[in-house]
Design a protein around this ligand. Structure first.
Ligand code: SF4
Length: 382
């Protein structure tokens, strides 16, 4: 276990498209949260959790995700990070690990950024989503476009040289969002990394309700494809390389934490709704903050459920995750002969053969589920 994820569930309000497990709070129970997560780590370390933990190993990555981790007061975040690294014997080489904080622009000031950096956080993933104020209001985001730029400048001023921006594309046409302009605005800020996600409509979200009563249009595959391909072109021109279906980075700036997920490495998740994985076993914690804190206070168990993958499921997952990345899948790992359709995919430029690996192109990534299903005879996992 060299990769640690900590889920911070609190948000100011729910974004219009979000169905994550969050706790909307005006006041964040920061101290209780930090103590509860550290207590969970103590419970996990004394097992039996099935998760293989070796606290003498140094962490390679810590990812504080949410929710909105930047809502935690900076001193509480600093305490959490420091104590986690103390547990994993990693303190002397703190900056050797990738320590990512998901932050929303409205939480970033020169002061908060300075405390985060001093605490050992060295990468910030900023939830920008758009540079159009009308779109941000439609998304129920609390920040405006100007705040994204001032946040990036505050982070740079505090010493962060590894800043990623999240953007959402394929929005309903009636919003009149100019995706090309948003990409240009993002590129002006010179992020080291960009994560681009197509809008999905999840049940029980404001967006799903707007669509069901005709107040918003549903998703369009054509718009998704057009905007996805535009992003590839524009980012390539500025020196970014898509190393995963939704993620592009400058040289040396790939996310080490997320790359561990995609290469099937073990990780431990702490906090409500956090997932852990190792040796074919995946488990996940109770999702609601109140249920989670009560479970931890009672000494566990905190895990709500688990699944043990069969060898066939592990193979399918490996294949799917490999095809998501620019590494592709080794031909030797394809246990069956390649489907005859592969020739057609090669002709159409959906896949390439590179160093005896089958690798998706950007056109192939648009059809990822179809390709996985054809290669395995099973529906893709998503
Ligand atoms: S800030 Fe993130 S986690 Fe919170 S509601 Fe918005 S999208 Fe969901």
């Amino acid at each position: 276990m060299r990769h640690l994820y900590v889920h911070v569930p609190f948000c100011r309000r729910r974004c219009s498209y979000c169905d994550f497990s969050i706790a909307v709070r005006k006041r964040i129970p920061a101290q209780e949260y930090v103590e509860t997560v550290l207590r969970e780590l103590d419970i996990v370390s004394r097992g039996p959790s099935g998760c293989v933990l070796d606290f003498s190993e140094r962490l390679e990555s810590l990812y504080l995700g949410g929710g909105t981790p930047s809502l935690l007061p900076p001193d509480a975040l600093a305490t959490l990070v420091t104590r986690l690294f103390d547990v994993f014997s990693s303190r002397p080489v703190l900056d050797a690990a990738e320590v990512t904080l998901e932050a929303n622009p409205e939480d970033v000031t020169p002061e908060t950024a300075a405390v985060w950096r001093h605490a050992g956080i060295n990468r910030v993933s900023l939830g920008a989503q758009s540079f159009d104020d009308r779109v941000l209001a439609w998304m129920h985001r609390p920040h405006d476009a100007a705040r994204i730029g001032s946040s990036v400048r505050a982070l740079r001023g505090a010493g962060f040289d590894n800043v990623s921006l999240d953007l959402i594309f394929a929005l309903p046409s009636e919003l009149g969002r100019d995706w090309g302009r948003d990409l240009d605005q993002a590129l002006t800020l010179c992020p080291s990394h960009l994560s681009l996600y197509g809008l999905t409509v999840e049940e029980r979200t404001p967006l799903a309700r707007w669509i069901s009563r005709g107040a918003a249009s549903g998703p369009s595959d054509e718009r998704y494809a057009d905007e996805y391909l535009l992003a590839h072109e524009r980012l390539a021109r500025h020196g970014y390389h898509f190393y995963e279906v939704s993620n592009a980075a400058r040289e040396g700036r790939r996310s080490r934490h997320n790359s561990a997920y995609w290469s099937g490495r073990a990780y431990l998740g702490l906090g409500p709704a956090a997932h852990s994985y190792g040796a074919g076993r995946r488990c996940w914690n109770v999702a609601a903050w109140d249920a989670y804190r009560r479970a931890v206070a009672a000494g566990g168990p905190v895990v709500e459920s688990e699944e043990v993958l069969t060898e066939e499921q592990r193979e399918l997952e490996r294949l799917y995750l490999s095809l998501r990345t620019d590494a592709g899948v080794p031909l030797a790992d394809l246990s069956r002969p390649l489907p005859t359709a592969t020739d057609l995919w090669l002709q159409r430029g959906w896949v390439e053969l590179r160093d005896r690996h089958l690798v998706c192109t950007r056109e192939g990534w648009l059809r990822l589920d179809t390709l996985v299903t054809a290669l395995t005879g099973q529906p893709a996992i998503g």
